[in-house]
Design a protein. Structure first.
Length: 202
């Protein structure tokens, strides 16, 4: 057993056992994440519900685990899509899971942008490509709105006042008063630390 294997076995936060982390699992993780990343347009917040749905459907993570981990990823510096892939991959299969998920997330845009950069003039001036991108942006917007509504409804179903107030106050502060989202996330985190210690918020 290598040092890395030994270290992974002692990590309690890894969801899948070592026997479950087979070559077939890593291939499924890479393939599904690669496909999602390749067809996602509109930024990191669009890929999140797709990753969540796929990982939950496969039984690798629960709905609550995925939402909690994505919340952590969103509050960290860096690209949201890559952060989410890294932290979800680690939760499932440790360091190797993070590497596989992150690689599968980064590879499609890297390849596509490399091709576009070579034929930049063609893509930037092509009328039909512009129309396709406009339509895809509309679809991406719908996905982002769907994620927001889904998360908000989940909070409403729990019938807890404080989480709902945090959601509404954060939305108003960002949209109406244009307060930087990072300041709002830090403030929300502080509120959670001070006032959401009860088990009912789990």
């Amino acid at each position: 057993m290598t040092g890395l294997d030994s270290e992974e076995e002692t990590v309690n936060d890894i969801k899948l056992s070592k026997s479950e982390r087979t070559a077939a699992f890593y291939w499924d993780l890479f393939r599904s994440t690669f496909i999602i990343s390749a067809v996602t347009v509109g930024g990191g917040f669009v890929i999140i519900p797709l990753l969540r749905g796929k990982y939950v459907d496969f039984g690798w993570l629960t709905e609550k685990e995925t939402l909690d981990l994505v919340a952590i990823a969103q509050s960290m510096p860096g690209v949201v899509a890559v952060n989410s892939a890294i932290i979800l991959g680690y939760r499932m299969a440790g360091l190797m899971g993070s590497l596989v998920a992150a690689t599968a997330t980064v590879l499609p845009p890297l390849l596509i942008l490399s091709i576009i950069s070579v034929f930049y003039e063609f893509f930037i001036q092509n009328y039909y490509i512009k129309l396709v991108l406009r339509g895809m942006q509309c679809g991406a917007t719908a996905l982002i709105v769907n994620v927001g509504i889904d998360l908000f409804l989940k909070q409403c179903k729990r019938k807890l006042i404080l989480p709902i107030l945090i959601v509404l106050a954060t939305f108003i502060a960002n949209v109406v008063f244009e307060i930087n989202i990072m300041y709002l996330i830090l403030t929300d985190g502080l509120i959670g630390l001070l006032f959401m210690r009860s088990a009912k918020y789990d």
